[in-house]
Structure formats: C-alpha cells, structure tokens
Design a protein around this ligand. Structure first.
Ligand code: FES
Length: 168
C-alpha cells in the first residue's frame, strides 16, 4: 500500500471517529437538556413557627393542611388531607377526651375528623373509622430547626402514630 493511500485511510478514519464522537456528545447534551437544573417542586420541609406560638391542644395550619398538637413540651402533626380523594378534613372537638391504644401506648384523643366531601370519618389519632377513606391520616415528622428553633415539618417523611417530638 502506498503512503498516499495510508494517509487517505488515516484521514477517513479520523473523520469518522470525529463524527461519531460529535454525534455522541450531541446525544449526551440532548439528554442532559431534559433534566432541569432547578427543581420547581415545592420543598417538603416547612418551618411552622416557634414552638411557643402553639397553644396546648390543636392548631390547624391551612397552608400546610396540617393539624399540630401540643401537650406541654410534646408535639406531633397529623395531615388534614383525606386519604380518599384529598379533600381537607375538619376537626371536631370531642365532648369528652377519649383514650385509644396506638402501637401499645395509650393516646389521649381530644378531636375526631370528618371529611366534608364524601363523609369519611377518622378517630383523633387519624385512624379511619367509616366512609370511603382507605387508610388513616398521615402523621409527619416534626423537628426543631437548628438555626432558629422553629418547628419544622417534613411532609415527605411519614412517621408512626406514636411519634412525639419533645422540645426542651
Ligand atoms: S375525599 Fe374525603 S371522603 Fe372522599
């Protein structure tokens, strides 16, 4: 084979190689463009305010659709989102507090919940008792923000119904 033909072969291969690399890089760039640099999902952790702003008993937070309960230094949070089709349930105070056993531990119940859409009813700890709701109301993890001491709920972190946050 002549030097000229070797050189032509080399240049053809070089050209093909560059073309393949170029197409590959373009493919990677195209795929990368499908992944946004910024997330527009709402954050799942929300600051709710200083613990001292919560009265003993129940406080409803409409923006988070959340019931926050306080018993002295102890806090827990129950979702107000009906597990049937997502309407906001209403809390009704019980005429007399009741005690229910949740995970082997007695829990004092002061309210029950009623869904205005299709009539599902829930016990004070969120247990569904009647209507089309397929499961209990969610409980979410509460923590204290390390920077300013506010209560923080993580709406992506469901916890058992015996969860309690104790604030010093
Ligand atoms: S959305 Fe609550 S019962 Fe249907």
């Amino acid at each position: 084979m002549s030097d000229k033909s070797d050189r032509r072969d080399f240049l053809v291969k070089l050209g093909l190689g560059a073309g393949v690399v170029g197409v590959g890089l373009q493919g990677v760039a195209s795929l990368r463009s499908l992944v946004p640099n910024v997330s527009y999902d709402p954050p799942t952790t929300v600051k709710l305010g200083p613990p001292g702003d919560f009265p003993d008993g129940l406080k409803f937070l409409p923006d988070e659709r959340l019931f926050v309960f306080r018993e002295g230094k102890t806090f827990y949070a129950i979702s107000a989102v009906c597990t049937h089709l997502g309407c906001t349930v209403r809390a009704e105070a019980l005429p007399q507090p009741e005690t229910a056993e949740v995970n082997g531990r007695p829990v004092r119940l002061t309210h029950r919940y009623l869904c205005p859409c299709h009539g599902s009813r829930y016990r004070g700890d969120g247990q569904n008792v009647s209507g089309p709701a397929p499961r209990p109301l969610a409980w979410y993890r509460l923590t204290v923000a390390p920077d300013d001491g506010q209560l923080v709920v993580d709406l992506a972190d469901e916890v058992d119904r015996d969860f309690r946050l104790t604030v010093a």
